[in-house]
Design a binder for this molecule. Structure first.
Ligand code: HEC
Length: 288
């Protein structure tokens, strides 16, 4: 096809415009009518699903204390929310796993803003600005190496993040019945440390499932803090700290197949501190 001059293009456009103005359909009422019909269909669909749900599962019993399977429409209903639960395991819907993983990459509190605000903002600005940045009218892929590379990279990165986000250990388990476990799980420690024995899944500090830590090191760290680890000497008394350190020394390192280096001796002595500390520290009896 021969290339048209600017003037020819303008004339062709004006011919087309005049033709459509005369013979085309106007926005009102034609397009408005279509939109109304489609909206009504969507509303009817939602109402139909609600009726279907109620016919199958309703009414919800007064005491709905467990989730009930509902098939393809998702759970029929879930147990009532319990405001007393301290260790809720917040996991996003699958389509947010990539953001979830992004947050897990930036662990320290100072870097968190990179994953939570800075990268998503850059991304949104890029999306909005893209038509202004990329003005290349060519549609052949071989002439658009940069756009092609970006177009391939973005889904790969998103899928990878989604994959690892889905695999991320986040499941909050039950705390064991060892003295100190409940205090570790329900106190501040759980927000930063993964520790299988206590059923916690924090990501800020090292995993105590993986690392075996001895009593002296743990005692010193909990008392005085170090780096990203806060000092707890103001918050906990000596017995409480000794109890937590003993608990860590006897139960850390399980994943590596080791026990805390002084597990044998500490295991005998530390429950006494927990007993003196009382409350949650004393073990299952007082937990909760
Ligand atoms: C604000 C987050 C945070 C909290 C809360 C926290 N820790 Fe830590 N913890 C860390 C960080 C970060 C480190 C690594 C410190 C370093 O070596 O620089 C650490 C290190 C440790 C270590 C040594 C781990 C190793 O592999 O050497 C132990 C043991 C420990 N913490 C126990 C506890 C206990 C017990 C509590 C609760 C009383 C607790 N932590 C609360 C962040 C935290």
């Amino acid at each position: 096809m021969p290339r048209l001059t600017a003037r020819e293009r303008r004339e062709a456009y004006q011919r087309e415009y005049a033709f459509q103005k005369k013979h085309g359909k106007s926005f009102f009422p034609h397009a408005v009518f279509h939109d109304t019909i489609v909206s009504l269909i969507v509303v009817a669909l939602i109402m139909g699903m609600a009726v279907l749900w109620y016919a199958q599962f309703g009414p919800v019993p007064e005491i709905a204390d467990a989730a009930r399977e509902g098939g393809i429409l998702g759970p029929a209903y879930e147990g009532k929310a319990d405001p007393g639960v301290l260790r809720y395991d917040p996991r996003p819907e699958w389509y947010f796993f990539f953001l979830f993983e992004l947050l897990r990459i930036f662990k320290t509190p100072e870097l968190l803003i990179v994953g939570s605000v800075i990268i998503p903002t850059i991304w949104m600005v890029l999306l909005i600005g893209w038509p202004f940045i990329d003005r290349n009218p060519d549609r052949r892929l071989s002439r658009r190496p940069v756009a092609l590379a970006v177009g391939v990279m973005v889904p790969i990165v998103l899928l990878t993040l989604t994959f690892y986000g889905a695999k991320a250990p986040g499941a909050v388990g039950e705390a064991s019945t060892a003295p100190g476990a409940a205090a570790f799980a329900n106190g501040a420690c759980s927000t930063c440390h993964t520790f299988a024995d206590a059923g916690t899944a924090g990501n800020v500090g090292p995993s105590l499932t993986a690392n075996a830590v001895d009593y002296e090191t743990a005692l010193n760290l909990i008392t005085n803090g170090k780096g990203g680890m806060p000092a707890f000497s103001a918050q906990y008394n000596e017995d409480q700290i000794s109890c937590l350190a003993g608990y860590v020394a006897t139960h850390s390192g399980a994943a590596a197949g080791k026990e805390g280096p002084e597990a044998a001796t500490a295991a005998e002595t530390y429950p006494a501190s927990c007993e003196k500390a009382g409350g949650e520290f004393a073990g299952t009896a007082a937990a909760g």
